[in-house]
Design a protein around this ligand. Structure first.
Ligand code: EAX
Length: 323
């Protein structure tokens, strides 16, 4: 009898384990930055919402601090579904989907309100749809913010002051071309870049205030100019085939959760930007709060007529809609 009971309970246990395995799902999500960063704040909120709403059936594992490699490598892993999702800066994205570089066009957005209006509207949806061509499901836009130039050589007020500076840029043809047009010597590199700045391999870099603060770049950069030259978004993505294979209710829950996580992070960035800037000043950075943006814009606008935007008709058409 005892043997029978044992056999039955083992069978029951096996059924339970199979049933829970059928429901349980782990989502692997990759980012290149560390806890406290914008991407992490998106990932963390997404994890919280999804685990709560799925009542624990779905867990989200966040692989951060470039433990999976740089953003280009994370995107490749998402394409293969070795990683299911990511919060990826738009810079490295344009090698996979040329159209997305339109969002990084210099001086495209007037303000954060303008950004929300466009990226949450039909044009933003069009960009998210475009990335499906490369096997990505675009769920939402989150942000690093407006990018500003920092360097260790001299104060930069107008574009002439950029001349010859060795500036690290994201791994993106657009960013490389932009800094070439502005007169710099652009050097593409994946993130992180602290030690390259510290060792003087590069003179400067460009990033939003939140990134300069969170990654303590003020320790290795002296001059900051609030050029605001490019709005730096992240696209919050999933592997398209994996996502489409999920139950429609789960898809909706993941989309809604990612959108809420993105809006929550954008608000964090926007509410904290002035405070972060004050801290950079306190840390001793010499800040030009009112550089001659018009001089930057006059050169940057030339990009519109370059191959980068003219070669691919669909990218050119999308840029026209944005401008
Ligand atoms: O999110 O590579 C970059 O300059 C990004 O802005 C960085 O990953 C911080």
């Amino acid at each position: 009898m005892r043997r029978v009971i044992r056999a039955v309970s083992l069978a029951l246990l096996a059924v339970c384990l199979t049933a829970s395995a059928a429901f349980a799902m782990e989502i692997k999500l990759g980012i290149v930055t560390t806890p406290g960063s914008a991407q992490y704040i998106v990932a963390e909120k997404f994890k919280e919402l999804v685990e709560e709403r799925s009542k624990g059936d779905i867990t989200v594992s966040i692989f951060h601090s470039a433990s999976l490699g740089n953003e280009t490598e994370i995107l490749q892993q998402i394409q293969m579904n070795a990683v299911n999702m990511g919060v990826i800066t738009l810079g490295p994205f344009d090698a996979f989907v040329p159209e997305v570089k339109v969002v990084n066009f210099p001086f495209l957005f007037k303000s954060y309100d303008h950004v929300s209006k466009i990226l949450d509207g039909p044009l933003g949806k069009e960009v998210l749809k475009d990335i499906e061509k490369a096997g990505f499901k675009g769920l939402a836009f989150s942000e690093n913010g407006f990018r500003n130039l920092s360097n260790n050589v001299r104060p930069v007020h107008s574009v002439e002051d950029v001349d010859g500076l060795k500036i690290r840029v994201m791994e993106s043809a657009l960013h490389k071309e932009l800094w070439r047009v502005l007169g710099a010597n652009p050097t593409p590199m994946g993130w992180p870049i602290y030690s390259e700045l510290e060792q003087g391999v590069i003179d400067g870099q460009e990033n939003p205030v939140s990134v300069i603060k969170v990654f303590k770049l003020y320790e290795v950069q002296k001059y900051l100019s609030l050029t605001g030259h490019v709005y730096s978004a992240h696209i919050d993505v999933a592997n398209l085939g994996w996502f489409n294979g999920l139950d429609p209710e789960v898809q909706k829950m993941l989309s809604d959760s990612m959108y809420e996580a993105a809006v929550n992070e954008r608000n964090w960035n926007r509410e904290n930007e002035a405070g972060f800037l004050a801290e950079l000043e306190k840390e001793g950075m010499i800040i030009d709060k009112n550089p001659d943006k018009a001089s930057f814009r006059a050169k940057a606008v030339e990009l519109k007529n370059m191959e980068l935007f003219t070669k691919d008709p669909s990218t050119a058409a999308l840029l026209d809609k944005f401008l």
